[in-house]
Ligand binder design. Structure first.
Ligand code: 5GP
Length: 198
């Protein structure tokens, strides 16, 4: 049985990265896809683990060669999901998690209607801004750009399978795992029925 493609998306600052890190600790059946980006590697990040860092030329070359499952320009940089590693894991029956922004998530939805899309919602816009400021990763101009992008991103929420508010991290991760397990059970049931038909 092929693995399930789970997509965790939502505006920057909703805590996608933290939720993913917790999920990976608690759910052994899921592998995180390492994205490719043209942005610079920040302090505390590890090439090949946090992202694959490439030049704009290399990224464009990968797009032209059909090597990206999805990609988006976010801020001034390209971000995207390498196709081959994700397809390999899915074909091995492993569930794969993509932690990506909404332009990419919607590309996945149109290419893989069977993918499960989860939208993480901030408790309020004030809290979103507060999280972006307090994590101290982006300068004021970049934070403004991310908040501006959040408006369009929130308008896409209704296209997702489920919305989960990230207020308390533990409760949010519990709900995500519960939802993933519901989806796995649904798929297993369908497989069983198909197998019964022979
Ligand atoms: P950051 O620069 O903060 O690491 O990421 C900026 C945004 O890009 C975040 O919303 C993050 O989820 C998103 N992102 C990371 N990897 C990918 C990817 O492979 N594809 C897309 N579409 N977005 C990504």
């Amino acid at each position: 049985m092929k693995g399930i493609l789970f997509v965790l998306s939502g505006p920057s600052g909703t805590g996608k990265g933290t939720v993913c890190a917790e999920l990976l600790k608690r759910d052994n059946n899921i592998s995180l896809s390492v994205s490719m980006t043209t942005r610079e590697c920040r302090e505390g990040e590890t090439p090949g683990v946090t992202y694959h860092y490439v030049s704009v030329e290399e990224f464009k070359h990968n797009i032209e060669n059909g090597e990206m499952l999805e990609y988006a320009v976010y801020g001034d940089n390209y971000y995207g999901t390498p196709r081959s590693s994700v397809e390999k894991l899915l074909n091995e029956g492993k569930d794969v998690l993509l932690e990506i922004e909404p332009q990419g998530a919607l590309q996945i939805k149109s290419k893989f209607p069977e993918a499960v899309l989860l939208f993480l919602i901030p408790p309020s816009m004030a809290e979103l801004k507060n999280r972006l400021v307090s994590r101290g990763r982006e300068d004021t101009e970049e934070i403004e750009k991310r908040l501006e992008a959040a408006k369009w991103e929130l308008m896409q929420a209704e296209k997702y399978n489920i919305h989960i508010v990230n207020d308390s991290l533990d409760e949010c991760v519990d709900r995500v795992i519960e939802y993933f397990n519901e989806k796995r059970a649904e798929r297993r049931k369908i497989e069983e029925l198909i197998n019964e038909l022979g």
